[in-house]
Design a protein around this ligand. Sequence first.
Ligand SMILES: Nc1ncnc2c1ncn2[C@@H]1O[C@H](COP(=O)(O)OP(=O)(O)OP(=O)(O)O)[C@@H](O)[C@H]1O
Ligand SMILES: [Mg+2]
Length: 405
Amino acid sequence: MARVLHIEDDPNNRRLVQKLLGAAGHEVIEAEGGVEGIQLARKSQPDLVLVDINIPDLDGYEVTLRLRGISALQEVPIVAITAEGDRDSTLAVGCDGFIAKPIDAAHFADTIAQFLAGHREWAEDASDKLLRLRTQKIVERLEKKIVELSETNQRLEDVARLRREFLQNVSHELATPMTPVVGYLRLLLNEELGPLTDLQRKCLASIETSTQRLRAVVDTLLDVSSLETGRMHYYTRAYDFREVCSNALDQIRPKLDERDVTLVERVPEEPMPAQGDPDKLLRAMVHVLDNASKFTPTGGEVAVEVRAEGDQDLLFEVADSGPGVRPEHIARIMEPFFQVDGSVTRDHGGVGLGLAFARRVTEALGGGIEISSPPAGEVAERQLSGTLVELRVRRSPERPEAQPK
Ligand SMILES: Nc1ncnc2c1ncn2[C@@H]1O[C@H](COP(=O)(O)OP(=O)(O)OP(=O)(O)O)[C@@H](O)[C@H]1O
Ligand SMILES: [Mg+2]
């Protein structure tokens, strides 16, 4: 009875070998990838190694080279089982034999017994050996790097998970006590709990303004959290796309006026009926307008056009005369938290969530976002020099679902 290490990623092949060698009285230990195979070989000191050539991380050639470089394993027979690798290459890297796939089940255990008894298929010259020694060094370094990378990867995944959990907990803990605060404040302000003096009213109004700001921050945090966990909930109802666009423009107009930015609009007169989640869509549009507003310098221009394309697509296009976005940043600014200038000393506020939010929402409504800089075409008959953000949704999307991460 011998201990055989089998390195193979295909579970069916592992099962077959396990069965055939198990029946012959051998103990079979298994690894699914190259790095794991090397670690297991070191730990368990097998009597024979069976290695598939086409396996994850380090392939069968590299595993063999590496095993041959470990002194305790130098005498252990290594047999390649593969459909692809050719016999000469497997022998050249240090295998002692080669078994073609598919395995011949009737003779497999006998063939293995021969290798265990000392049968070898190779003959090598000195130059082969030198080359192998050099290559072994390279593979050794490669193995170390792969192990380091997979550890780093694991750590990054842990950090990402902790961040998601933290966001979820914090946003929930902050949102819950907001409800009674807002509710009681309303009752007080409506004088349902008794008449107010002027001074009391003034104080409460000031509290209300701050509460609204706090509410906006909490809403953003909730959005981040649902974006991160992929658990955004959408409601479907009939709405007028044109009306949502007008509402978004109404919200942004005072901001643009304040900064002396000219707004050129082109919105159709007639309603544009659609199905979807108008509240989320409105917030997506406001985010895009808010960007155009905050990145356009005083005295600049923002152009907005609302239009239908074909009978399904509805478009909300926002162009500005701001600084534009460099080509290498265009895809990245739609990722959560990415900002071209992420420093705390930057001029503009925000957490880098607006476009990520807008992208998820429009995708859930059957469309998406397209960004070009400088703008790919005219918007409201204006060819501006900054950025064009185009939100697209479908009139009747498939039922929007929570987006998988
Ligand atoms: N119209 C634009 N002109 C120039 N840069 C833009 C424009 N829109 C977005 N960007 C760049 O993309 C980044 C991400 O935008 P996004 O709306 O996602 O986040 P934000 O505006 O920084 O913060 P938030 O929207 O959460 O308040 C911005 O920080 C900015 O660097
Ligand atoms: Mg923004």
